[in-house]
Design a protein around this ligand. Structure first.
Ligand code: PLP
Length: 410
């Protein structure tokens, strides 16, 4: 009988979102007339901006016409998009990234999950805790995570706690990891690293020969000038980092699917014989073998986001959500609830009242306020005692949620 990859069996069922869904369904059944405001999931609510929609229509018409039809495209992405990305997301900010260091894909989830294909199974991994679950689960699947302990931690992964005790700034690793996942602005905490703080990580990685996998899916939400939009703003990062970007949360592409990954040509790892190997070359090889490129129409829509109108419309979308974030943050703080995030990110991370666990707070908020969020412990052991709210609902729903939370008995 053929064998399966045992590592998949080690993965616990995705307890977080299924348990949230179960509790919401039960509540709905018991209180069919009550309207719940959902501030749990990280999906957007605003439609795709007109510039991208018009480009989608034009690209669909291209596909209907023999002269303009596009079949298989370059696996790395069309130059009309990679050139725009290099110019506007990087060179305009003074960052030297060329189009052939950019790999367009169907999103940051796939790329941050697939990147492990080009890394050794023996690489030691470090993650901040709490964390976007994809980083851990994909390493479990690959066989790098070891065993799951009773404390919710995998034996082969170094966890770097981010809590109020360290102001949500992770300490540098002590276990000499080969690969470090950093996500800034962070999901779920909404916190950031300043340029000076991120430089410490780049310096650490260069000194220890580590690779930083930097997830910048939320960079468009940055409002503060000392927060870097890209790890490549930091000197030396071209030799130690890969960056993931996404059009999901900035332009509402969660359903269209498009993102990109930057793999600099200065980035080298070593093979088992100690020979230096280019990661740009390896990722190119991986993508050309396993991926046939993001679709032409979607890439045309992404290209339109870089026109003056597209950029203006994306900025308006982001501002809409950030208005919600600031309403939420101020509302919580006025009630004496400790909350972070919401300044450079669409996520608000709040401390649950003394003695109340993440799940108890979920029930309390649901029962007393009819507001649903996400229990922090679902993102990792250090998320216990915290709770995530998102700014992705409508403005009206957010105002109503803040009003309801005001009545919460603490
Ligand atoms: N990275 C982070 C940190 C995220 O929170 C998300 C989505 O929630 C993603 C990546 C996924 O992005 P995409 O929609 O481009 O796959």
């Amino acid at each position: 009988m053929f064998k399966i990859n045992d590592n998949f069996c080690k993965l616990p069922a995705s307890y977080l979102f299924s348990e949230v869904a179960r509790r919401l369904a039960k509540f709905k059944e018991e209180h069919p007339d009550k309207e719940i405001i959902r501030m749990g999931i990280g999906d957007v609510t605003r439609p795709i901006c007109p510039a991208a929609i018009e480009a989608l229509h034009r690209a669909a018409d291209d596909q209907a016409c023999a002269e303009r039809f596009h079949g298989y495209g370059p696996e790395q992405g069309y130059p009309f998009l990679t050139e725009r990305i290099a110019d506007i997301d990087f060179r305009a900010r003074g960052i030297e990234i060329s189009a052939d260091e950019i790999f367009v894909s169907d999103g940051a989830k796939s790329d941050s999950g697939n990147i492990g294909d080009i890394l050794s199974i023996s690489d030691k991994i470090a993650v901040t805790d709490p964390v976007y679950p994809v980083y851990i689960d994909t390493n479990v699947m690959a066989g790098r995570a070891g065993e799951l302990g009773a404390d919710g931690r995998w034996s082969g992964i170094e966890y770097l706690p981010c809590t109020a005790d360290n102001n949500f700034i992770p300490a540098l690793p002590s276990g000499n990891p080969d690969v470090i996942y950093l996500c800034y602005p962070n999901n779920p905490t909404g916190t950031t690293l300043t340029r000076t703080q991120l430089k410490q990580w780049v310096d650490y990685a260069l000194e220890h020969g580590s690779l930083i996998l930097f997830d910048a899916a939320y960079e468009a939400y940055i409002t503060e000038t000392d927060v870097p939009h890209s790890i490549f703003e930091i000197e030396g990062a071209r030799r130690c980092a890969i960056e993931f970007r996404s059009f999901s949360k900035t332009a509402g592409f969660t359903g269209l699917r498009c993102g990109y990954t930057v793999v600099p040509k200065d980035l080298y790892g070593v093979d088992s014989k100690g020979e230096r190997v280019s990661l740009n070359h390896l990722w190119n090889r991986r993508q050309t073998t396993k991926f046939n490129g993001a679709s032409y129409v979607i890439q045309r829509a992404a290209e339109a986001l870089y026109t003056p109108e597209g950029r203006q419309q994306v900025a308006e979308n982001v501002a809409y959500y950030m208005r919600n974030a600031s309403l939420l943050l101020n509302g919580l703080r006025q009630q004496g609830i400790m909350a972070v995030g919401g300044v450079n990110s669409p996520y608000i991370w709040l401390k649950t009242p003394e003695g109340i666990t993440s799940w108890q707070f979920f029930d309390k908020l649901l029962n007393e306020c009819l507001v649903a969020g996400t229990p922090g412990v679902g993102f990792g052991p250090s998320g216990e005692g915290y709770f995530r709210l998102t700014a992705f609902n409508t403005h009206e729903a957010t105002i109503e949620a803040v009003k309801r939370i005001h009545d919460l008995k603490m």
